[in-house]
Design a protein. Structure first.
Length: 690
């Protein structure tokens, strides 16, 4: 990707605390999962009340069945660099927060060069040590102060060594005597038997009854005890920084009397979880943010280079990557395990962008002169692809042939689950495969236009998840190329123009079809009110980025504009957009539409509501009749009779939308959504996206 480096791995470090927790959570049954995440229960109950039981169960099951990639401390050799990368060149030896994988792709700001005198094995500890370093930055120790480190796992021992390198007198303790002895061998004063000696009394004895200047907690426990010990061990106006996971029932009296400060440390430094820093490589000015993620990485590597911290005693085992399952088994059976390194082959046996998932059982053939098999290439493996599009395609008679995305795990996992023949990280492999006649695009919105143009050039049927594109310039390019291809197909009468369709599924919802059938017999103008209780999305979410997701008006509200266009069955004459002044957010807005036949529509897209309220409600007023759809589950009517069936499973038309598309491809029929309506809706949307 642009701004990324591709790395051939040499070593990666298993993080005992984090990865043991994830594996144990993954292995636990549903009841234990609920016990570990009680806050999720209310979210599930709220979703059942608004969306129904079956959609909620499907959503939960899909979430639980989605694999999580492990690992975040990698060493390797740069094998390729993306556009815009300035700091690295091919052949550089680097650390990164890459996964446990033979090949990883990471942003430039999450990688750093390794000094020549630092071994791969030592460098593998850089990211873990940076977690401890960031906690020290927050605690702000000064030369000669005393600090207590609670918990002597990998992060704890590395944190203690970094404190020593800062001229700090360090005390530490852990319930595991083995870890205490290891820490002692590295020059750290430890309490070896905290079960017999009170840790607070021990600290007071070591500090002439003054207490320590600060405490860094790296332990992982549900108990509140580490917080209580930390507070009682601190001097007046001491400071506590939490790195690990503990109980957080703070005793106000402890903190009040001493005016103790408390802070939680976030990962490896400023920039972590900031998309602008991580994905766009926008660095923070050093004069304003001295220590970022990358600068912390470099500081740790320098400490390794000059010997301020040592890791040779921290490595418990080294396993070849091919034996990684054994490595994780050892992690689960032995809680005293510290550093486990995975070693990768220096020369990969295969580095293909495409792998076969299964043997093709039967050749792909044209059914008849008038019908074809829809052979599908799928691009993108995000949540909507995983939960909706691919399962819907699996219910049709199409042939799921090849799936691609930038992720290594995504296409392989989904490809195997749904019977694809091939998984690939190359979109070209999908678009220009001669066996594929149908492409489904489910990538981020900023890539839609480019992929559509390539698919049109290749002569493929195209189903693209909304929106069609993000700019008027992109729309002009798509429309011009489509018309050019249409003219070519008209000249060549033996072929039919492939279908271009946007995934506006609400048109195909059963309750919408019921309303549409009533409206077909009414010539009078219609009035529509569509209320969307959208809920807030974090400002850092990619959809909020106007250049990537288009914002919620283009990225999400396009659905509702298309639906009213479908129900009005009349071209849009004018569209106006009004944003709420609530903060700087553009999540809350109202859209006013006038149609050529005199119909009017209002779309109220609100992010400032409550999740307990149903997400969508449509009301149609016309010719003395009122029809109301509530969250695609029930329909109420006044002045007209429509059978009011309670739909057990909310149906927004996703399956019918996909089926309609695949059926028309098979029949060589017209697009389920007229192309002029797609272009019309998109042009009005983009004209107001200022």
């Amino acid at each position: 990707k642009p701004g990324h480096v591709l790395i051939d791995s040499r070593f990666s470090l298993i993080s005992p605390g984090t990865e043991r927790m994830l594996i144990e959570f993954g292995k636990s049954n549903l009841i234990k999962k609920v016990q570990q995440q009680p806050e999720k229960v209310q979210q599930v109950l709220d979703k059942i009340s608004t969306d129904g039981l079956f959609p909620t169960l499907n959503s939960v099951q899909s979430k639980l069945n989605t694999p999580i990639v492990l690992g975040y401390s990698n060493v390797g050799i740069v094998s390729a660099i993306g556009e815009g990368v300035k700091e690295f060149k091919i052949g550089d030896r680097v650390i990164s927060n890459g996964y446990h994988s033979e090949v990883v792709s990471v942003p430039e700001n999450l990688a750093a060069k390794i000094p020549d005198n630092v071994s791969d094995e030592d460098a593998a500890y850089t990211v873990i040590a940076s977690i401890g370093l960031q906690s020290i930055r927050l605690a702000n120790p000064t030369f000669g102060e005393c600090f207590l480190v609670i918990g002597l796992g990998l992060v704890g021992i590395l944190t203690a060594q970094l404190l020593l390198a800062n001229g700090i007198k360090v005390f530490a303790y852990d319930l595991d005597i083995t870890k205490c002895l290891l820490a002692e061998s590295l020059g750290i004063q430890v309490l070896k038997n905290p079960k017999q000696i009170d840790p607070v009394e021990w600290v007071m004895g070591q500090t002439q009854n003054i207490g320590v200047d600060g405490v860094i907690i790296t332990a992982s426990t549900k108990s509140n005890k580490p917080i209580d010990i930390a507070a009682n061990s601190c001097r007046q106006r001491g400071r506590i920084v939490l790195v690990g996971v503990t109980g957080l029932n703070l005793n106000r009296d402890y903190f009040y009397k001493k005016e103790i400060s408390f802070q939680v440390s976030c990962s490896y430094g400023p920039g972590r979880y900031d998309p602008s820093y991580e994905l766009k490589n926008n660095d923070y000015p050093i004069g304003h943010v001295r220590w970022t993620v990358k600068r912390n990485f470099k500081a740790v590597l320098e400490a390794l280079s000059i010997g301020s911290i040592k890791t040779d005693k921290l490595t418990t085992d080294i396993y070849d990557f091919s034996d990684s399952e054994k490595a994780f088994e050892s992690l689960l059976v032995d809680n005293s395990t510290l550093g486990i390194l995975l070693r990768y082959p220096f020369e990969l046996e295969s580095k293909s962008e495409t792998i076969s998932l299964k043997k093709l059982k039967e050749p792909i053939q044209i059914l008849s002169k008038d019908q074809v098999v829809s052979v599908v290439g799928f691009i993108g493996t995000g949540n909507y692809a995983r939960n909706i599009l691919i399962p819907s395609l699996s219910c049709t008679d199409c042939k799921l042939y090849k799936i691609s995305s930038n992720s290594g795990l995504g296409p392989v996992d989904l490809g195997r689950k749904h019977g694809f023949n091939y998984a690939t990280s190359s979109t070209k492999e999908v678009i220009f495969d001669p066996k594929i006649n149908t492409l489904v695009i489910a990538t981020r919105h900023d890539s839609h236009s480019e992929l559509i143009l390539k698919c049109l050039t290749a002569g493929k049927n195209i189903f693209v998840e909304k929106p069609l594109c993000l700019t008027l310039k992109e729309l002009d390019s798509i429309e011009n190329l489509y018309n050019e291809k249409m003219n070519e197909y008209k000249l060549n009468k033996t072929n039919i123009m492939p279908i271009l369709m946007v995934g506006y599924n609400r048109r195909f919802a059963p309750l919408i079809i019921k309303i549409k059938n009533v409206l077909l017999n009414i010539k009078a103008p219609k009035s529509f009110v569509y209320t969307v209780n959208a809920g807030k999305i974090d400002s850092n979410n990619w959809i909020q980025d106007r250049l990537v997701g288009g914002g919620r008006f283009i990225g999400e509200a396009c659905h509702f504009v298309d639906l009213l266009r479908f129900l009005a069955d009349s071209p849009i004459k004018n569209l106006e957009l009004f944003y709420s002044r609530e903060g700087n957010s553009k999540d809350t807005f109202s859209v006013q539409i006038i149609f050529d036949d005199g119909s009017i529509g209002t779309i109220n897209y609100f992010s400032n509501g409550n999740k307990a309220f149903p997400k969508e409600r449509l009301e149609v007023f016309t010719d003395g009749k009122i029809m109301q759809i509530n969250n695609f589950r029930t329909i109420n009517t006044w002045g007209v009779k429509i059978k009011n069936d309670l739909i057990k499973s909310q149906d927004k038309g996703q399956n019918a939308c996909i089926k309609s598309f695949i059926d028309q491809v098979k029949k060589k029929g017209p697009a389920p959504i007229p192309i002029n309506e797609l272009f019309e809706v998109q042009r009005f949307l983009l004209a107001k996206n200022t």
